[in-house]
Design a protein around this ligand. Structure first.
Ligand code: BYC
Length: 322
């Protein structure tokens, strides 16, 4: 093919592709797509999957110490849901031509990112409530938007994930509600957890729009439907009302209703802290990655056994067919 023909064919392909996006036709695995669209989806979906898997660690830490059998069963179910979300998302990313092994390798070597929020420690039982209310709350806002993302397998995975996330968020709020009506020590524990998780939760939405390197293109391709700042503002407006039900406060002296904007103004996020955590220097980054590396090594025999079993089964099928 002549170079000119190739360029024309490619730019026509891109035009048709954008037309599909503009008319809300989902992009499916076998459809033609620009290389950068494929790469962006692989990056985002695999980071999302890693976040679910690493996200099990801060809560997993409390399963043995949950205050009652009922709380233990609920927390166990929630952490199992997160493992399931990770698996759906790895499968969705695989449809774009990357293997599970490659993705895991990228996580374990520090090449792939996962959400900054999971690099903070869980110090008290109230942290389970704050994670459910704030972290899952932030995640849902982002994921409701992703139910309408343009890549079909990602959008469909998100529908089910959102249903489970909404249960997660409510269980967290309920933990805090019980503590907020408890002894002075329990109330203090509740407020302390909110104080520690508030600002990192705001960072989950990513850098300011002006600093967001991927947003413009991802909005054009409808991978993202709302910008980082739009979602963050929606989250602040929602939490300001919900914290009143708890009788607690959000740790931001600059929070104030802005009549003109129809939104709450809020204080400056510590972006240095965000960048530092994303770079690998947060309070628990090393601990989290080491835990994942150990889990991967400890699970090597299971993978080897599954492969040997699959091989044997395939050989049996072959022999029976002969
Ligand atoms: N942490 O251009 P931007 C859960 C990176 S888990 C670390 O705005 P984008 C749960 C970003 O990757 C749910 N890195 O990026 C589980 C980019 O770097 P690269 C987690 C971050 O992609 C267990 C650079 O900064 N949710 O629910 O357009 C228990 C510039 O950013 C972060 C998802 O993963 C961060 N917070 O927008 C409880 C949702 N923010 O890759 C709960 C899916 C940004 O160019 N992901 N970066 O080197 C998304 O929606 C988008 O990827 C983001 C960022 C909104 C997060």
């Amino acid at each position: 093919m002549e170079v000119q023909d190739f360029v024309q064919k490619n730019s026509l392909g891109e035009k048709l592709f954008q037309q599909k996006i503009d008319t809300e036709t989902k992009i499916e695995p076998k459809d033609w797509m620009p290389d950068a669209y494929r790469k962006t989806n692989i990056r985002q979906i695999s980071q999302h999957a890693h976040s679910e898997v690493v996200g099990m660690l801060p809560e997993g830490n409390w399963i043995t110490r949950a205050p009652s059998l009922k709380r233990k069963a609920i927390l166990l179910a929630k952490v199992q849901d997160e493992a399931g979300h990770g698996l759906y998302l790895y499968s969705a990313a695989e449809t774009l031509g990357i293997s599970r092994d490659e993705m895991i390798e990228q996580l374990l070597t520090g090449k792939a990112k996962y959400s900054s929020i999971f690099n903070y420690p869980t110090l008290t039982w109230a942290d389970m409530g704050a994670i459910g209310w704030l972290v899952d709350g932030a995640a849902i806002l982002n994921q409701v938007m992703l139910c309408r993302t343009s890549y079909g397998p990602y959008a469909r995975a998100m529908v089910r994930i959102c249903k489970e996330e909404s249960f997660h968020q409510r269980q967290g709020f309920e933990i805090l509600l019980v503590l907020s009506k408890g002894t002075p020590e329990q109330k203090a524990m509740c407020q302390d957890a909110i104080n520690r998780w508030w600002w990192p939760s705001l960072m989950m939405f990513g850098p300011r729009d002006s600093e967001s390197t991927n947003s413009d293109q991802s909005m054009q391709w409808k991978i993202k439907r709302k910008t980082n700042d739009e979602l963050r503002q929606q989250f602040v407006d929602m939490c300001v009302e919900q914290v009143k039900v708890l009788g607690m406060t959000l740790p931001d002296k600059d929070l104030q209703w802005n009549e003109q904007r129809g939104h709450y103004d809020f204080g400056e996020i510590n972006w240095n802290e965000f960048r530092n955590v994303v770079k690998g220097n947060g309070p628990c980054n090393k601990q989290r990655l080491n835990a994942r590396k150990k889990a991967h090594e400890d699970g090597a025999w299971v993978r080897a056994a599954a492969m040997a079993h699959a091989k044997k089964k395939a050989e049996n099928v072959k022999q029976n067919a002969a």
